[in-house]
Design a protein around this ligand. Structure first.
Ligand SMILES: CCCCCCCCCCCCC/C=C/[C@@H](O)[C@H](COP(=O)(O)O)NC(=O)CCCCC
Ligand SMILES: Nc1ncnc2c1ncn2[C@@H]1O[C@H](COP(=O)(O)OP(=O)(O)O)[C@@H](O)[C@H]1O
Ligand SMILES: [Ca+2]
Length: 563
């Protein structure tokens, strides 16, 4: 194992134990002095390793002088000789993993013999923290006070703001007053130069507002016409953080592994960065919306349409509407065409899960990349002269495009468990007309370990683009008839949560929880258009970092010691 360079080491007190503390560029480590002495030489075998503790510098939130706490500790430990000898203290706040991908902030206090040593430690740790340039210092926060169980404001004030303060992050907070407030503010008003990121407190709908505001602003700044389906969109510079306070919270769950506000806040503080694909959805040459998680026609469209009438029920509306829609057992006729991703992009059933540091997602094809050109070429025609597009006509219960796994508390592995966050593809799931019992079996598999694609009436493809055309001519939506274009300055896009009136032969598209005003759509996956303050789901509770024990091996030349 490569030996780390010790920047500072001291014998300090932690609780009533004397500990040896060492700092390298990447790790802060400590171990009990007494026990190590009893065992003789340094920590070299695995049982001894267990008593050596460490925290990665990149997961330290802050370090500060311990003032009040220390005084009270001193009075509690009045008779304790150690505390008299070590009256000065500093506290390090760091990320601790507590299970199920949840992160918590823990504090550890070290007591020092002199103020000088204490200051030296604070300075040394702060110096290492200042080298972490990916951490945000200033954030713009939007809170939807009506999302989920209407707890957004309280969640932010009680769980998130104190952590941001501790990490010295400044936040400008806007509590939204109406739907699309955040989107329009971001698009036209916000001075984005001031910020290192944008945070939304709410559900997937609120995230969608931030996404639309940021993407529209970025394209406008670069003169890109979003209505052109083939336009090369410019990636957004600012990262987006999600504090889950909605009903499904799928985007948060699928990128962090849990929908927990404290864990999300900590991912923001440590400055995580997760690129994400975004689907652009057009109707003819008009951009309807962008989608990050689910684009669902049929079942999920109908669930959403019905659930909007039951908003007052909060998150439970989806369960009720889910049962009602399931019992209706509707199917819809139409044509799905899709451009398959290259074979090298894997397959939705390959069981290669997208996890933190995913190799598949790290390979971003560029326009100079041969692989990408092949795919572009394939779009026009393949070697045998046929078009690269596949076409399916039929009767469908559901057509779902999952740009990511869509894992959420209702379905912990998601709609497409092997879909990738940032590979430039989406998994297109087609559920053909089948019996109610068969459809129930398929749905049930979203909640257990069985393969939901292993049914004769289900097919799944990894695609770069797809189109849907309903069999019967669409009627014009009520909104299209009533809304004057340019009223919002966002004219081509449909507004959130609009209700459209179609003939019974049509369903609606559920686009990250928003209803689209057209059934006929063209969809294109935009590879890594945005970045989140996330790192993808970590392999179960693995905390991979250099073994702090390497810090204990004797140094050839004496390190900077501050005993
Ligand atoms: C017999 C038991 C069957 C259970 C099946 C459960 C399958 C659940 C898959 C859920 C996929 C969710 C994809 C995410 C969609 C969200 O973007 C959207 C809006 O979220 P929010 O703004 O937070 O409200 N949520 C939905 O469309 C809800 C779908 C729920 C379907 C039951
Ligand atoms: N102040 C507000 N008043 C009404 N609606 C709002 C407000 N702020 C945001 N919204 C809208 O509320 C909808 C639902 O928000 P979201 O946070 O996703 O909650 P949920 O997950 O419960 O659906 C979004 O479409 C968003 O545009
Ligand atoms: Ca993807």
């Amino acid at each position: 194992m490569e030996k780390q360079q010790r920047l500072l080491s001291s014998k300090l007190f932690q609780k009533s134990r004397q500990v040896e503390v060492a700092l390298s560029r990447s790790v802060l480590a400590w171990r009990e002095v007494e026990k190590s002495r009893k065992r003789g030489s340094g920590f070299s075998n695995s049982s001894e390793t267990a008593r050596s503790h460490g925290v990665q510098v990149c997961e330290i939130l802050s370090v500060h002088k311990t003032e009040e706490d220390h005084r009270s500790t001193r009075s509690k430990n009045r008779g304790n000789q150690h505390f008299l000898q070590y009256p000065h203290a500093f506290t390090v706040s760091y990320v601790r993993r507590t299970g199920q991908h949840q992160w918590r902030c823990s504090d550890i206090t070290f007591h020092c013999a002199s103020q000088g040593v204490c200051d030296q430690w604070i300075e040394a740790i702060n110096e290492q923290l200042s080298l972490l340039t990916n951490r945000p210092k200033s954030l713009l926060v939007y809170i939807n006070p009506y999302g989920g169980k209407r707890r957004g404001k309280r969640i932010y004030e009680q769980k998130v703001a104190p952590l941001f303060r501790r990490a010295c992050i400044s936040a400008d907070v806007i509590v939204t007053e109406y739907a699309n407030h955040a989107r329009d503010h971001l698009k036209t008003e916000a001075n984005l130069d001031k910020y290192d990121g944008v945070v939304c407190v709410g559900g997937d709908g609120m995230f969608s507002e931030i996404l639309h505001g940021l993407v529209a602003r970025t394209q406008a700044d670069h003169g890109v016409d979003q209505n052109q389906p083939d336009a090369e969109l410019v990636p957004c510079f600012l990262r987006i953080g999600i504090i889950p306070a909605g009903s499904t919270d799928c985007i948060c769950f699928a990128t962090i592994g849990t929908s927990d506000p404290v864990s999300s806040a900590l991912h923001i503080i440590v400055g995580d960065s997760q690129p994400m694909d975004v689907c652009s959805v057009h109707h003819d040459d008009i951009l309807l919306r962008y989608s990050v998680s689910l684009l669902g026609y049929g079942f999920y469209g109908d669930v959403l349409t019905d659930s909007e009438r039951k908003r007052w029920l909060g998150p439970a509306r989806y369960d009720l509407s889910g049962v009602k829609t399931f019992l209706s057992h509707n199917y819809y006729e139409g044509t799905v065409s899709f451009l398959p991703a290259e074979d090298t992009m894997g397959h939705p059933r390959d069981k290669l899960r997208c996890r933190s540091g995913c190799r598949v997602c790290q390979h971003k094809p560029s326009s100079e990349d041969g692989e990408w050109e092949m795919s572009e070429e394939k779009e026009k025609f393949t070697k045998d002269g046929s078009s690269g597009w596949s076409v399916i006509h039929g009767k469908f219960i559901a057509i779902n495009a999952a740009n990511m796994s869509c894992a959420c508390p209702r379905s912990p592995k998601g709609l497409s468990p092997s879909a990738h966050l940032a590979d430039g593809t989406a998994d297109l799931i087609i559920v053909r007309k089948c019996s109610r019992l068969d459809f129930f079996r398929h749905l049930l598999r979203h909640t257990n370990k069985d393969d939901q694609f292993d049914h004769p009436f289900v097919e799944v493809h990894r695609v770069r683009k797809f189109r849907f055309q309903p069999r019967h001519q669409e009627l014009v939506s009520l909104e299209d008839l009533s809304e004057t274009p340019k009223k919002t300055g966002f004219s081509p896009m449909c507004t959130a949560r609009t209700t459209c009136s179609y003939s019974a032969s049509h369903s609606s598209w559920n686009c990250d929880g928003e209803i689209l005003p057209h059934a006929a759509i063209q969809v294109s996956v935009q590879c890594q258009l945005i970045r989140l303050f996330a790192r993808g789901i970590e392999e179960q509770q693995q905390c991979v970092f250099e073994d702090p024990c390497t810090l204990w091996a004797p140094e050839p030349s004496k390190p900077h010691s501050a005993d």
